[in-house]
Design a protein around this ligand. Structure first.
Ligand code: GLU
Length: 412
């Protein structure tokens, strides 16, 4: 049975709405997306064949500002998953208090199976097909799983051909095209700031803690790198092909080099190979799932040994697993807080584009730290005051902020 991720996110939403005693009408507005677009994307492949892909853009809630969220290229990026991720963006942007709503896009494709030219054509076709619902004051896409700076460069170019030069149409662009310094590392850097804060609060020596990272894409690799550089010990890391473990700590500098050269982490000779499943259940202090959704579920939640989980990925923990972990006293720092660094620096990129001005990287990182830690302490305080979990507190803050503005806008 496939897991419906949108229902799961709405499980967290419904519980929050109950605690906040929201009116039914408000709940109905905030639960379902405002607009969902499904587009057919026929592409001429390099061998001359035509292949048809399916793309989506879901705009979940725009009460607080233009819709904002990444575009995912993944075989499982179907409408239901994109919807779930769009709603998470609504709560995330509200929680870290940046002036955006929530959206997400996706194309159901395995980008590893396409050539660079095919990906370029697919991205242009996708941009042309959604261009009437996006815009710098309407909806601003960004990278997500399977997309990166080059994808955003193609999107900006395709949009510019129709509407004129518009850097603020996408964030996460290459620096040379108006991207922000610090954006590429931002999600991993945000994870690192949260890790430093939570270990300090719990009086854990970050340098002695054994840290495990699942996923070595943009988020996982940058988090691992920055944690390692700040003196942390990372005992295991994994990619889609499997992972690598070393009880004395991995040399992340060498591992990054290995992964850049080979595209894999599993055959790195600085540790022993380990499966993704084994990695999640390893004896460690802190676990950072930074890959895909639903990896911690009811069948493995009881086996997780970590005392603290930092959700670098979007929705890595199912509601059933969340309950098991909470009952066991595991501290789960939720995705909408932990991985918000990416969209926070996207916001800085967008403001720089609008002002035609560039910030130094130091300023970007300092402002990111301020914003994400402010949200972290708000979540901690609310959780303590109301005796609720950190996820419940994070959802309460996000949902309440959106509800307030939906009401202020007024209905007729
Ligand atoms: N895809 C990232 C996320 O899930 C970043 C979104 C953005 O920068 O708009 O938060």
């Amino acid at each position: 049975m496939s897991i419906n991720t949108f229902d799961q996110v709405n499980h967290f939403f419904d519980k929050t709405a109950d605690r906040l005693q929201l009116d039914q009408g408000l709940r109905d507005i905030m639960k379902q997306p405002y607009r969902e677009l499904r587009v057919q994307l026929p592409i001429r492949m390099d061998n001359g064949d035509i292949k048809v892909f399916t793309g989506y853009r879901v705009q979940h809630n725009g009460a607080r500002g233009p819709y904002k969220g990444g575009v995912r290229y993944h075989p499982e990026a179907d409408l239901e998953e994109v919807r779930a991720l769009a709603s998470l963006m609504t709560w995330k942007t509200a929680l870290v208090d940046i002036p955006y709503g929530g959206a997400k896009g996706g194309v159901q494709v395995d980008p590893k199976l396409l050539s660079t030219d095919e990906l370029n054509r697919l991205t242009r076709r996708y941009t042309q097909s959604i261009e009437h619902v996006i815009g710098p004051n309407r909806d601003i896409p960004a990278p997500d799983l399977g997309t990166h700076g080059q994808t955003m460069a193609w999107m900006m170019d395709a949009y510019g051909q129709l509407r004129g030069h518009t850097p603020a149409i996408v964030t996460g662009k290459p620096i040379a095209m108006g991207g922000s310094l610090g954006r590429e590392a931002a999600t991993g850097r945000g994870v690192t700031y949260i890790l430093q804060a939570v270990t300090k609060d719990l009086a854990i020596d970050m340098k002695k803690a054994r840290i495990v990272v699942q996923g070595f894409g943009n988020v996982g690799s940058w988090a691992a790198r920055l944690i390692y550089e700040s003196g942390g010990t990372i005992t295991a890391v994994s990619g889609v092909d499997g992972g690598v473990f070393n009880s004395n700590g991995l040399d992340i500098g060498q591992l990054v080099e290995h992964s850049e050269n080979t595209g894999r982490v599993s055959d790195f000779n600085g540790g022993q190979p380990i499966s993704n499943q084994e990695l999640l259940e390893l004896d460690c202090d802190i676990l950072i799932p930074a890959a895909i959704d639903n990896v911690i579920h009811k069948d493995n939640a009881a086996n997780i040994k970590a005392a603290i989980i930092l959700e670098g990925a979007n929705h890595p923990t199912t509601p059933e697993a969340d309950e098991i972990l909470t009952a066991r006293g595991v501290s789960v720092l939720p995705d909408i807080l932990v991985n918000a660094g990416g969209v926070i620096v996207s916001y800085f990129e967008w403001t720089q584009n609008i002002q035609e001005f560039h910030w130094e990287e130091k300023r970007v990182n300092e402002e990111l730290k301020k914003k994400i830690l402010h949200a972290y302490y708000e979540v901690q305080n609310r959780a303590n005051e109301h005796t609720i979990t950190l996820r419940e507190a994070a959802f309460e803050i996000g949902v309440q902020r959106v509800a307030e503005i939906v009401e202020l806008r007024g209905f007729v």
